[in-house]
Design a protein around this ligand. Sequence first.
Ligand SMILES: NC(=O)c1ccc[n+]([C@@H]2O[C@H](COP(=O)([O-])OP(=O)(O)OC[C@H]3O[C@@H](n4cnc5c(N)ncnc54)[C@H](O)[C@@H]3O)[C@@H](O)[C@H]2O)c1
Length: 268
Amino acid sequence: MRIAIIGCGSIGSKLAKAADEMPEVKRIYLIDVDKAAIEKVAAGLNKAFIIDSLEEELYHCDLVVEAASQAAAKQFLPKVVARGVDMMIMSVGSLVDDDFRKMVFEKAKVTDAKIYIPTGALCGVDGLRSASVDEIESVHLTTMKGPKSLAGVQYLIDQGIDVDNLKERTVVYSGPAREAVKVFPKNVNVAATVSLLGIGFDKTQVSIVLDPAIKSNSHELRVKGRFGEMVCHTYNLLEPENPKTSHLASLSAIAALKRIVRNEWFGI
Ligand SMILES: NC(=O)c1ccc[n+]([C@@H]2O[C@H](COP(=O)([O-])OP(=O)(O)OC[C@H]3O[C@@H](n4cnc5c(N)ncnc54)[C@H](O)[C@@H]3O)[C@@H](O)[C@H]2O)c1
């Protein structure tokens, strides 16, 4: 199998390393706007090829993985699936736009390309996926983070919330997932994953809580429906090189790649 990884940051670099050790993976094409990042990752791999653009390589690629940004996902996803190549998306918030999402899923249907969304930094999506076959009454995701992990977010600046001087636990957002994904584009991909699997971006409720006493992050997923009730807590440790990203997110990308390359679908 030949794969392309867009984004050689925290997730992409770990995924590339894991892919390099998978015998099923023969070539790894690496793309990043940051040349230093790409060269650093490539230097530690045996199967890596640095490329400037995906256009040519799409003819030789079996799977493209986006681990870069919402903008990159929106840029590459339509092209990749139009060519009939499978794609894994980490910046799940890119799928919040209904017209864009419908367009790429329609394209993928026509070309028989698969779009993979790993579970990301959250547990409990397996239960939600099964539960959503029947009626779901409510889905509520509460994400708790250390304030500095949301440094520079315009929405917080506009609300007058100073993440450097927050003294107590504060709910900084409470509302539908659609808005949460838009105002925290780098931080709440799990809200997008939960929305896509469950009752959609408008009905899924999200609360974002900042707590100066914590340095990691946690998610509480609460689902009620015909199946009963489910509460699932995930306490994440963060990647040292990127405190916005949970280690579990990188692991979920690697786990998804393993399932794809080995064609093993346990717990599907
Ligand atoms: N699904 C989840 O649960 C989950 C969890 C954490 C992060 N994420 C998302 O995954 C993505 C990657 O996260 P990360 O922690 O590895 O980020 P990172 O900042 O560590 O790395 C991103 C890399 O992508 C590169 N990049 C950005 N835009 C690009 C473009 N248009 N083309 C090529 N390269 C580009 C950057 O130069 C950088 O090297 C982010 O969008 C993040 O929000 C998802």
